[in-house]
Ligand binder design. Structure first.
Ligand SMILES: CC(C)(COP(=O)(O)OP(=O)(O)OC[C@H]1O[C@@H](n2cnc3c(N)ncnc32)[C@H](O)[C@@H]1OP(=O)(O)O)[C@@H](O)C(=O)NCCC(=O)NCCS
Length: 168
């Protein structure tokens, strides 16, 4: 099992994962990007190029197991007001067919050394919807301590957001 940056080698597998989401999990919050642009876009965001207004630098990793794309994790290098209340430092998703097999917990665990050693973060904020039990468990199993639950009015409506910190 390894983390790699988005690249051509696993792009077909990424397409399949996006299709799985469309077919079986259309209403979950999507982290996966557009397969046609993900490689260039993730490179740009890591280097602070062509970013949308108000966005910060971010690194994207893909979790690969048995030569297959399993999940994606995005690490924002710093927090804005929006990220502080809603998005946090890190967002992730495991492809539909691979959920509930421990991959989400493992992918976050494998990402934390990068946050500490490369980004020099002392703690990371990770958030999830109050009713996203799977995500809350992934965070808690990686040492997340809940600070509070806040209400956010966002595009998809009014949501309760759990805010957790992991000390690195
Ligand atoms: C949230 C998500 C990343 C969890 O990944 P995962 O690989 O399924 O998680 P794990 O297999 O590591 O499971 C961790 C724990 O959560 C539990 N769990 C996972 N999905 C669950 C669900 N839908 N409901 C209840 N518990 C769940 C597992 O049983 C496990 O608990 P245990 O250790 O007590 O047995 C995955 O479900 C997903 O991609 N969801 C859609 C996108 C999303 O919500 N991203 C997070 C946004 S904050």
């Amino acid at each position: 099992m390894k983390l790699v940056r988005p690249n051509e080698k696993f792009l077909t597998s990424y397409y399949e994962a996006c299709k799985e989401d469309d077919d079986y999990s259309p209403n979950t919050e999507r982290i996966f990007g557009d397969p046609n642009t993900i490689i260039q876009k993730s490179r740009d965001y890591e280097n602070g190029i062509n970013m949308k207004h108000g966005y910060v630098k971010a690194t994207t990793f893909w979790l690969i197991d048995n030569n297959q794309f399993i999940g994606e994790i995005n690490i924002r290098h710093e927090l804005t007001d929006f990220l502080l209340n809603y998005g946090g430092h890190i967002g992730y998703e495991i492809r539909y067919s691979m959920r509930n097999k421990g991959y989400g917990t493992k992918m976050l665990q494998m990402t934390l050394p990068y946050c500490k050693e490369v980004l020099k973060l002392q703690k990371v904020l990770i958030t999830c919807d109050d009713d996203n039990i799977g995500s809350a468990k992934v965070i808690e199993k990686n040492g997340g301590i809940m600070e509070n639950v806040v209400i956010n009015d966002i595009e998809r409506g009014t949501v309760k957001t759990r805010r957790y910190w992991i000390n690195l």
